[in-house]
Design a protein around this ligand. Sequence first.
Ligand SMILES: Cc1ncc(COP(=O)(O)O)c(C=O)c1O
Length: 457
Amino acid sequence: MAGHVFCRNPVAVPFIETANRRIATSIPAPGTVAILESLDKYESRSMHGQLPLIWRSATGHTIQDHAGNKWIDFTSMIFVANVGHGNEKVISSVQKAIEMPILGCYAYPNELRAEYLEKLVNFAGPNFEKAFLLSAGTEATEAAFKLMKMHGQKIGKKKNVILAVSGNWHGRTLGAQMMSDNKSQKSWVGHNLEDIAHIDFPYPWVLEDNNSKDYLRKSLKKLEASGISIREDIAGIMLETFQGWAAVFYPKEYVQALREICDANNILLCFDEMQSGFGRTGMRFGYEHYEVKADLICCGKGMGGGFPISGVIGKAEIMDLPEIGNMSSTHSGNPVMCAAGLAVIEEIETRDLVRESARKGEILHTELNRIKSEFKSLISGIYGKGMIASIVFRDPETGTPNSEFVSRVAEKCMQKGLLVVHTGRESIKIGPPLIISDEALLEGLGVIRESILELFK
Ligand SMILES: Cc1ncc(COP(=O)(O)O)c(C=O)c1O
């Protein structure tokens, strides 16, 4: 699917000034287009398609541009700035590392790496013993893919298949993209990897009698009919903790049934916690909502509070499967990134951000459901938990997905001083920094309502 291209012609919009927002120019603001054109010229096209505003500074829940406009951010940079943009504790922790100075030391040990890994593993909870650090989320899911396959090989030669869920999203490198099963995005690969199989996601609207266990049973039967034996062939199952494009969680009993299948057949269960980790859903990690144990979790995004750090966390017997040197990276355990990661966990703990996420999530979901009941014909569902939510739009006449309307809502919100996640599909996603004030949260939700109302008229 080609990404939406937002209009760059400046539109005169009403002046707005509140405690949290300021829109004082046409939008895009003067000077924006020149920078976009420079990026058009020198940067690959695949990076483009974002809303046309140029970030000058990002603090707390606020984004400002060079022209003095100010937005409430409901994106957290796609769930990165959980502890707030420009978090002071993160900055000062990073500054200490920079002042030492120790910017990197490849695979030589450093104190910050040791301190961070201990903190991270303890933060992850009692089921976890070791972690491996990387830079990008996609590298973490690739590493988990490798660990699950190595686990399978250790048990038997044939146990080599990774089961994933269609539509889940794991990144843009080869293995991650093949697990993601986004048909158009993986078409460049040119072939299917035989050792990755998929089952369908149990969306609430496809379940008969709301019976997700039956749906799972049928999916696995279909898989076995295609020649894949659950017991003999599957080494690991990779789940994105929720279906990303609309933050739709799996039914709890579905994941619990999968856990039982994993236990009975020596299969590892891995959760991709990129979007759902570090307090985002009102739990430390989103998979905890399912009340199951995870063998591996993949993290990134919110882990570094804006700095690029990712990782896989699991039991020692799995994490230690690769030989020395067989799973490492130039920037693995980079001291500056570890300093950022340390401060992120400290902030989550000292400011009680997991509980805050659950509390503010109640406000968020209550208000969104109120908006849904006001626009029944236009909004087909509100999904998510804690401080992640989606609004799914449909065409009021045909009931079909309405991605065109979504783009207009995202644009309208921007013109009114609010940033939401434009998914490119029929959903808008909302994930404010967990530190946002209740007042700014409610103000932003008011902007969403107002934007829908104006466009729906
Ligand atoms: C669920 C999930 N997994 C993996 C990734 C890949 O992370 P990154 O973009 O850091 O490589 C993303 C990124 O959007 C994601 O949302």
